[in-house]
Design a binder for this molecule. Structure first.
Ligand code: GDG
Length: 449
């Protein structure tokens, strides 16, 4: 295989890659190790010169060349905040009603994809293999072909792909689907996503077919972090504050797809219906703020501030706080340690491409005394993690019953379920995911441009 060219909206800094934080970075860091790689994308910065084409800034570290461009603030607003996060994100998460469609933003989205293609073009070599990531870049393959690129180009969608009828309600959907025809390989997370996308592609007469490549984590390294993290001083303080009470843990970017208010209501329903847990459990929700400048995210934050305040006001005792809610991110090691200490991992997205947090919770457990995963049926991870307690996240009673079941579960059943989950988490890792996608891309016939 030739040089690997990774394209993603944001390019992680070399330091982020070295520390290998999220699943995507870990997977790619493993895949690119020892292989000449160019990583291209947006720097995260903006410039004010509308009429000047940006020049990629390049840095090199450990065999990887990082090439980034800046966008104007108009481009950033329309492409990123607007079309990517205000329109495509809700539609792909089955939330058509939250889409704030604007034709102007669709145009800026297409414009920035063309800009990416033009800026990447001079950096490409004929034998490169290009791997494009995620919903910000649906049209990039077609834009590269228009610039005359004949290299193999693959695409991977990290978020769900909704049913055909839902996706095609998005103005511009047919255009995005037709652009997918320019890729030599289209990968999605689950068989359901592949079926949905293939129905949509067939409806617009595109012959390329999507295939499922579920993403994984690096379970061994997360388990090591968890053992170290449980001993970190932040965790000693948490354990002391819990004073022997069982910990229920939620960890999500503050995003409406993650079902955080629904989950908190499920926890409250548990307190109402199962009084034995009052005073004996504590729920910690870690929810680092993300996309804080998109209106729906601001509204969600207000809603959560109010809900968490009301629940603590109503249920707390002078020596018991039912809910801890943190909108800052925690260091990865600390977080891994908290996962290990949690009796229940509560992962209830309304819809999620995969959800790496569920896999991280499993990897972090103590094999001799593992906790219980409560997982939404609508996470992409659910088909692989069927030995969790699966719930419908829209039903607070189902969440309450699952929490009660999890908190009361005996050691033998916890171990049996956890061993099955651990096998699943070890079966597909971040590295094997990246290898599988690249092997498939290597194996396909180059399509006509
Ligand atoms: C997208 C798709 C798909 C979270 N809070 C903190 C923190 N995190 C880390 C988690 C995990 C990552 O962020 C989140 O990954 P998820 O997969 O759960 O969710 P998205 O960010 O929505 O990711 C998703 C994924 O892409 C990969 O394809 O699975 O479906 O939506 O690694 O641990 N990390 C630290 N502090 C925090 O407070 N350090």
């Amino acid at each position: 295989m030739g040089r690997l060219v990774v394209v993603s909206n944001r390019v992680p800094s070399p330091r982020e890659v070295a520390q290998a934080a999220g699943g995507l970075t870990v997977g790619l860091a493993d895949a690119i190790r020892g292989q000449p790689t160019l990583w291209f994308g947006w720097s995260g910065g903006t410039h004010g010169k509308e009429d000047v084409a940006p020049v990629p800034q390049q840095t090199e570290q450990a065999g990887v060349t990082y090439a980034t461009i800046e966008l104007t603030s108009r481009q950033h607003r329309g492409f990123y905040q607007g079309f990517s996060n205000g329109i495509l994100w809700p539609v792909c998460h089955y939330r058509l009603g939250l889409m704030q469609y604007s034709r102007n933003e669709l145009e800026t989205y297409l414009e920035v994809n063309t800009l990416f293609a033009r800026c990447l073009l001079p950096l490409l070599r004929p034998d490169d293999v290009v791997w494009v990531h995620d919903y910000q870049l649906f049209p990039l393959g077609a834009a590269l072909r228009r610039e005359g690129v004949s290299a193999k180009v693959g695409f991977f969608l990290h978020i769900p792909f909704p049913p055909e009828q839902l996706f095609r309600a998005l103005p511009g959907a047919d255009l995005l689907l037709k652009d997918l025809a320019s890729y030599d390989l289209v990968g999605v997370q689950t068989e359901q996503d592949a079926a949905n996308m293939n129905e949509a592609l067939a409806a617009v007469g595109v012959s390329v077919r999507a295939r499922a490549f579920p993403i994984g984590i690096n379970p061994k390294s997360f388990a090591r972090e968890a053992v170290r993290g449980e001993k970190a001083k932040e965790n000693a303080r948490l354990i002391q504050a819990l004073n022997g009470r069982a910990l229920i843990l939620g960890v999500d970017r503050l995003d409406y797809s993650k079902g955080i208010p629904e989950r908190i209501r499920g926890f409250e329903r548990m307190l109402q219906r199962f009084p034995a847990h009052r005073g004996r459990v504590s729920f910690l929700q870690v929810a680092p703020v993300s996309r804080g400048d998109v209106p729906e995210y601001k509204a969600l934050r207000r809603q959560l501030d109010e809900l968490s305040g009301r629940i603590n006001g109503e249920w707390a005792e002078i020596d018991w706080l039912p809910l801890r809610y943190i909108t800052r991110g925690l260091p990865r090691k600390v977080l891994a340690g908290v996962h290990r200490h949690a009796r229940v991992g509560l992962v209830t997205p309304l819809r999620d491409g995969m959800n790496l947090v569920a896999k991280e919770y499993v990897a972090a457990q103590d094999p001799a005394d593992p906790g219980v995963l409560v997982l939404s049926r609508f996470a992409g991870a659910a088909p692989e993690l069927g030995d969790a307690i699966l719930v419908n996240p829209y039903d607070p009673d189902e969440i309450a019953e699952a929490l009660d079941q999890a908190l009361g579960m005996g050691l033998a059943e916890r171990v049996r379920r956890w061993e099955a989950l651990r096998d699943a988490v070890e079966r597909v890792t971040a590295a094997s995911w990246a290898r599988d996608v690249l092997a498939a891309l290597d194996g396909v016939e180059r399509r006509a441009a």
